[in-house]
Design a protein around this ligand. Sequence first.
Ligand code: MN
Ligand code: MN
Ligand code: MN
Length: 279
Amino acid sequence: MTRPSTVDLHLHTQASDGSMTAQELMQAAAEAGLRTVAVTDHDTVAGLEAAATAARSHGIELVAGVELSVSWQRRTLHIVGLDIDPDADALREGLERLQAQRRERARAIAIKLEKLGDTGAVRWVEATPDNRQLTRSHFAMRLVEAGVCPDAKRAFKRYLAPGKSAYVATQWPTMEEAIGWITAAGGTAVVAHPLKYPMTRSWRHRMLAAFRDSGGSAMEVCSGNSDAEAIRTGIDDAESFGLRASLGSDFHGSSQPWIKLGRLPALPENLRPVLDRMR
Ligand code: MN
Ligand code: MN
Ligand code: MN
């Protein structure tokens, strides 16, 4: 697993919480030697058109994607959809519902932050155009810019992570619903960064089984910060649950500077890649 992959199937643009424009992102992807990338913004497909234009101008193949928040067993998981038709009705309706929930959550976070002394947070949320998805990373950036926190990581640790003072729990769609929207849009559902959730190994296995039994077919075996051991775990899980393998950095630009774009090892030969054309 030493050969670097030219594929990165989990990138974010400004349309969700990536801080880069589509052009900047594809420029960086080209410089990193990537040939095929997926843009998978949080709960929106609004950035895909600009991404397609930018990808073309850099000779990069763009896979249309999205990253959906779902609730499973009182936890929040992320399900990536790859090779989707962004105009499919079921997906469009699902995204509208998610976006309304996200707006509601953003307002609730802002109200909490105002109580903690961040005056203007609610006004800032209200001034954000409806087509921009406000994620917790946006709030983290706001806290960094205001000088409240030295960096985004600490903004999460102090305010935005589950259980912290500005955290708002949300009931997202179920895993079954999200997989259904992705499949109805012709796409493939992928468990995003399966090792990033605070759960034990046996819960993770339960989650992967439930995902597969709900019609999901792939998982990320390698993510931005995966070390060799994490990748081995990913490969084992993909094999034991009969899931196809995806790989993606979860690159967010300068809002999460510790994650680098690309630089993922190529998938081992014995795994079935998430997209047939990757073989
Ligand atoms: Mn994110
Ligand atoms: Mn995610
Ligand atoms: Mn992501």
